[in-house]
Design a protein around this ligand. Structure first.
Ligand SMILES: Nc1ncnc2c1ncn2[C@@H]1O[C@H](COP(=O)(O)OP(=O)(O)OP(=O)(O)O)[C@@H](O)[C@H]1O
Ligand SMILES: [Mg+2]
Length: 430
């Protein structure tokens, strides 16, 4: 559908005409073509301002007129975005409205332009009000504090008919679904894009306040509130995992065509049919540092297809051994029959997690204990969303998990199986 104010340049021009200049971070988001945009940012980054900017562009659309919502955990949360619109468009009389209601306490905040484009503030506390309408766009404000149900049950479906768009914003306060949505936008799903911005990306925010906050807050709280990082998040299993630090293109050294960077190259295998089957290839160097080279991650694959995939990985990466989930002896036997070196891997969960965490933490002589190739998109996604389940009282359960764990299990089987830290060392007396 042709829309007048939906390409980047016309958005910027329209906003400029009413005196608004999005800052660089905001411009990046406004210009992105993806349908679902997730912004995780520090406090005062300009999230509400951005929501106001985006909604302004939609309100000006007239052929046909548009309909949108701002959904907050409460009406007061959605009011921040709404107040910007009020100050920019209603108070100065920039636009003619058929209806312009502003009553936050009564839950009545709505704008309807002369040509019928309308915007309404909704509250997750009043799910009854979230029924019925087809939407062109929705702003989920303070998304970290609303729950998955609201997004999945009450909002997402409203966007389907008109192929509507969503702008999902908040500070990284830990609700697991918000991390999941963020991860969707990091390559896991095509229609999604996500960004993480620090408070300092807002040029209108005083620099010295950031320094003051750094001195006054705990590092975790500073990371969450001013850097926009999900640092505080208790439930994450691999808290140490950091995309900037652990994802990159590994440099491989070859001699006569053979990879010589590692003392061994192995793979872990997590079987699955309805769930994905994951094969994860990694190199281990002389200091036991791990470099994840490749992943194969597919649902509904026959045994023959899994064998073929493993052979292709073996040939490509010189994989010497496949450590497999013992759950499926039949598949392991098929690997062996076809000439692959394969055996049951060690599946002890706690020990395996601890081994992976040690690698993530390790940094010695300028070398990282763990690096993963950026081609492992499922690995990146799983690392960011694998969590301990919470009991109803909010306590962490040590042996129950949420989030996908196919890549992560495959990785764990292989690393636990070759871990030397617990092997008995034979001493010779002398
Ligand atoms: N493009 C802009 N032009 C001028 N001022 C801006 C712009 N973006 C943000 N600001 C200013 O920066 C401050 C923070 O903006 P805003 O309230 O939108 O941040 P926020 O990220 O929603 O904050 P919070 O974490 O408190 O919800 C406000 O004073 C706002 O007016
Ligand atoms: Mg805000």
């Amino acid at each position: 559908m042709h829309r007048l104010y939906q390409d980047a340049l016309s958005k910027f021009a329209l906003l400029k005409s009413i005196g608004i200049e999005p800052h660089e971070g905001q411009r990046t988001v406004l210009a992105a073509p993806e349908r679902f945009k997730v912004v995780v940012a520090g406090t005062r980054f300009g999230k509400s301002h951005l929501g106001g900017q985006w909604a302004t562009c939609w309100l000006f659309e007239a052929h046909p007129p548009t309909r949108g919502w701002i959904v907050g955990p409460t009406y007061e949360d959605g009011e921040f975005e709404f107040r910007y619109l009020w100050d920019w468009l209603v108070s100065p009389g920039k636009l003619r409205f058929k209806r312009a209601n502003y009553n936050a306490k009564g839950g009545d905040m709505q704008l309807v332009t002369d040509w019928g484009s309308e915007l309404t503030v909704k509250s997750a506390e009043h799910p009854k009000g979230l029924g019925g309408e087809e939407l062109d766009y929705v702003i989920m404000a303070e998304a970290g504090t609303t729950n998955k149900r609201i997004w999945e049950r009450s909002v997402y479906g409203r966007l389907s008919n008109r192929q509507g768009e969503a702008l999902i914003t908040g500070t990284p306060r830990g609700s697991d679904y918000y991390i999941e949505l963020f991860n969707n936008g990091q390559g896991a799903k095509p229609d999604w894009k996500s960004w993480r911005f620090p408070t300092g990306a807002n040029p209108y925010f005083p620099r010295e306040e950031i320094e003051t906050a750094k001195r006054n807050l705990t590092p975790e709280m500073y990371d969450e509130q001013f850097e926009g990082r999900f640092a505080q998040f208790e439930g994450l299993v691999y808290k140490e995992f950091n995309r900037e630090k652990h994802v990159g293109e590994p440099l491989l050294v070859r001699q006569n065509g053979k990879i010589v960077s590692f003392k061994q190259i192995i793979a872990g295998v997590d079987w699955g049919y309805t769930n994905p089957c994951a094969i994860v290839v990694m190199g281990i160097d002389g200091d036991d540092n791990v470099v994840v080279l490749d992943e194969w991650y597919h649902t509904e694959q026959s045994q023959a297809q899994k064998v073929a995939a493993a052979k292709a990985l073996r040939d490509k990466w010189e994989v010497s051994h496949f450590y497999c989930d013992p759950e499926s002896p039949d598949d392991i036997a098929a690997f062996m029959r076809s000439g692959l070196k394969a055996s049951q891997g060690i599946t002890e969960v706690r020990r395996g997690i601890e081994i992976v965490r040690q690698k993530l933490r390790k940094e010695a002589d300028g070398k990282k204990g763990f690096v993963m190739s950026a081609r492992c998109v499922n690995g990146k996604r799983e690392f960011g969303a694998y969590m301990y389940a919470m009991s109803r009282t909010g306590a962490k359960k040590e042996d129950k998990f949420t989030g996908d764990q196919h890549f992560l299990d495959a990785l764990r089987y292989a690393l636990t199986s070759v871990d030397r830290s617990r092997r008995i060392t034979v001493r010779t007396s002398g």
